[in-house]
Design a protein around this ligand. Structure first.
Ligand SMILES: C[S@@+](CC[C@H](N)C(=O)[O-])C[C@H]1O[C@@H](n2cnc3c(N)ncnc32)[C@H](O)[C@@H]1O
Length: 249
């Protein structure tokens, strides 16, 4: 089977129940501590309103929601359901970060790994416009691109094993760049799932964006943001974990 024949985005639909198994909320504690540091350093006070675009299952947000008044937006109803169960106090909306308008402003807008799903400069520009439209003057945008063109190394293979109650998942992830001439990469996911009924194999495919640093800088500036970067050492990562900060000017 050619990889492009594999259906896309199943992890955020019929396979969403595997999300808390392969990346449980506790795995985000170290990362979320960096986000808290960045928000505090940016003078976002406790209790301030923060908006996360592409909130997913709300695993990262679950470590911040106690300190801030959080609102989340995501495309996937299955992910919003997981987020609702984990973060009962968080206001959630179904929407697309490229065009959603909630009609109010926040002290901070967060876009965690969901930003990787923007695969064209046009989509990135629209999303940065969404962020600007939801920020108070001087508000801060925090973005976590997973890869930059300059440092992307592919193909890369990751495997891991997980268990939650009677459910066991062996996970294989293959990330590669089928066309170095465009701004996207492909992630192929294999889930070997064992439960009371036996073992089955599920395939999924995700297409993610890959942009040079200069493109991020240009698009942040065009949307009215002053760009700063913050790098943190994240356990198990062979490079610094990097956050892009946009201060709305
Ligand atoms: C990796 S998951 C996010 C997980 C999240 N960081 C967490 O801590 O649970 C990526 C999410 O991005 C969402 N997404 C992708 N494109 C989107 C878009 N254009 N607008 C809103 N959400 C989007 C997907 O539905 C998915 O829930």
């Amino acid at each position: 089977m050619r990889s492009d024949a594999i259906p896309q985005g199943r992890l955020y639909a019929e396979l969403a129940h595997l999300m808390p198994v392969i990346t449980p909320p506790g795995d985000y504690a170290e990362e979320a501590a960096f986000w808290r540091t960045v928000l505090r350093d940016s003078a976002v006070p406790p209790g301030a309103g923060v908006l996360e675009l592409g909130v997913g299952a709300g695993h990262n947000l679950s470590h911040l929601a106690g300190e801030f008044r959080a609102t989340g937006v995501d495309l996937s109803e299955a992910m919003l359901e997981l987020c609702r169960a984990l973060n009962p106090g968080v206001e959630l909306h179904r929407g697309d970060m490229r065009r959603v308008r909630l009609g109010r402003r926040f002290a901070a807008v967060l876009i965690h790994d969901a930003v990787s799903y923007l695969t064209t400069e046009d989509d990135l520009a629209r999303t940065l416009e969404t962020a600007a439209a939801h920020l108070e003057p001087g508000g801060v945008l925090v973005v976590a691109p997973e890869h930059f063109t300059e440092t992307f190394r592919g193909p890369a293979l990751e495997t891991s094993a997980h268990q939650r109650g009677p459910l066991r998942v062996h996970y294989v992830e293959y990330t590669h760049d089928p066309d170095p001439g465009d701004t996207s990469i492909e992630v192929l996911m294999t889930f070997i799932v064992t439960d009371g009924e036996g073992t089955r194999v599920e395939l999924d495919r995700h297409v993610l964006g890959l942009f040079p640093r200069a493109a991020w800088a240009r698009l942040f500036a065009r949307a009215g943001f002053r760009l700063e970067t913050r790098a943190f050492p994240l356990a198990g990562l062979d490079r610094p974990y990097e956050l892009l900060l946009g201060i709305l000017e």
